[in-house]
Design a protein around this ligand. Structure first.
Ligand code: G3I
Length: 354
């Protein structure tokens, strides 16, 4: 019994401390209630989101997208897994839903992604032993997709050329068959298909791992020196609860050091690992969101390509898909809550953009 009382007392005390911490954190965290207008209304640069074609049928979702964003990225619909059939035929039905939504609402479209080591379509597996046929199909795929969506503001031409910490290159079936030439070849075919689109190299963990950031920048510099039409750098910015807010400014400045446009391309802030106190975790998230927004806004105007969150509402996030949900249920990684209401993180971003 005594033990239980002790435990109860400890819980009450912890609760009290947590509330105090929350109230302290709450004081430090801007209130979402006061925020007026859409996120894009507070930014002097494009504000984007990854959207899902299946959600466009929901009553509230399209209006929410149009209120807060002026650029959209297809979550998965423009990837090989959605576009390329086993026999090499193209199925643009899902991708067209996203492109048509952008066009009918005057939103910028950002293409994601042409070549990704995580995609190993059966059609290309079957061509692995015939390098020239593989290379022809590779070029044709890129040409077909990019020319269909000509007018897109940009493309993630190659996604995630490195492993998680930058210690190894990750080229998947593309590097296995074409060698490192898979990267310049992809950029050249994309450029030929759309002379206007800004062509990006995109990767993750570039904030948390300075060594990966340097490896990524070295690769980009080498491509530029070789005359590859690399036009921009994408930093996915999937941040963890323990990311140091002070590290974001230096990271963004280093990513801007080549003078190319920077796309903060897949922003979210998982609460996984942030402890049981959701209020305190959301207060931390808000501080990190504010620091991220400030770091991006500190880039020279010509280099601020877009500030894109990877999803619209918390419940739309990939971090709420079955595999991630099983590990950490009910994550709240985005700027709008499950109901589409601005969170403290949203208010912190707006405040950072002043
Ligand atoms: O909704 C369809 C369903 O109708 C269909 O029957 C089924 C067939 O497999 O697919 C379902 O779509 C799934 C889609 O997510 C929407 O939920 C796809 O299977 C699934 O592969 C897809 O996962 C996406 C993943 O990339 C792989 O493409 C995630 O949503 C997407 O958020 C995630 O995004 C990646 C970026 O592209 C690169 N950076 C990391 C980021 C997170 O992993």
């Amino acid at each position: 019994m005594t033990q239980e009382l002790g435990a109860t007392r400890r819980m009450v005390l912890a609760g009290g401390l947590a509330l105090a911490a929350c109230s302290r954190e709450a004081e430090a965290v801007p209130s979402a209630a006061a925020v007026q207008g859409g996120l894009k209304d507070h930014a002097p640069f494009p504000v984007g989101a990854a959207i899902r074609s299946d959600l466009l049928a929901e009553p509230a979702y399209p209006a929410l997208v149009r209120t807060h964003f002026d650029q959209i990225t297809a979550d998965w619909e423009m990837k090989m897994e959605a576009v390329l059939e086993e026999d090499g035929a193209f199925d643009f039905s899902r991708a067209d839903l996203v492109a048509d939504f952008a066009r009918s609402h005057g939103l910028r479209l950002f293409g994601h992604t042409l070549i990704w080591n995580e995609q190993r379509p059966a059609f290309f597996e079957a061509l692995k032993d015939n390098r020239s046929a593989f290379a022809r199909a590779y070029g044709r795929y890129i040409a077909e997709v990019v020319s269909r969506y000509r007018g897109a503001r940009g493309w993630d031409v190659v996604n995630e050329p490195f492993n998680w910490n930058g210690s190894e290159r990750r080229g998947g079936i593309w590097a296995e068959t074409l060698g490192e030439a898979y990267i310049p070849l992809a950029f050249e075919r994309a450029r030929a298909a759309d002379p206007e689109a800004v062509l990006f190299l995109n990767d993750y963990n570039l904030e948390q791992f300075p060594a990966k950031r340097r490896a990524f920048l070295n690769l980009a510099e080498g491509l530029l020196k070789a005359g590859v039409p690399l036009g921009g750098l994408g930093t996915q910015t999937h941040l963890n609860h323990d990311t140091d807010p002070g590290s974001l400014g230096p990271a963004m400045r280093e990513l801007g050091s080549l003078g190319l446009p920077v796309h903060l391309s897949e922003l979210d802030f998982t609460l996984k690992g942030a402890g049981r106190d959701r209020m305190a975790a959301l207060a931390l998230q808000a501080r990190l969101a504010g620091a991220t927004a400030e770091a991006f806004a500190s880039l020279p105007e010509a280099q601020r390509f877009a500030f894109t969150t990877w999803g619209v509402r918390d419940k739309d996030s990939w971090l709420r898909q079955p595999e991630q949900e099983a590990e950490f249920p009910n994550d709240q990684p985005l700027l709008l809550d499950d109901a589409g209401r601005p969170k403290s993180a949203f208010a912190a971003v707006v405040e950072a953009w002043g």
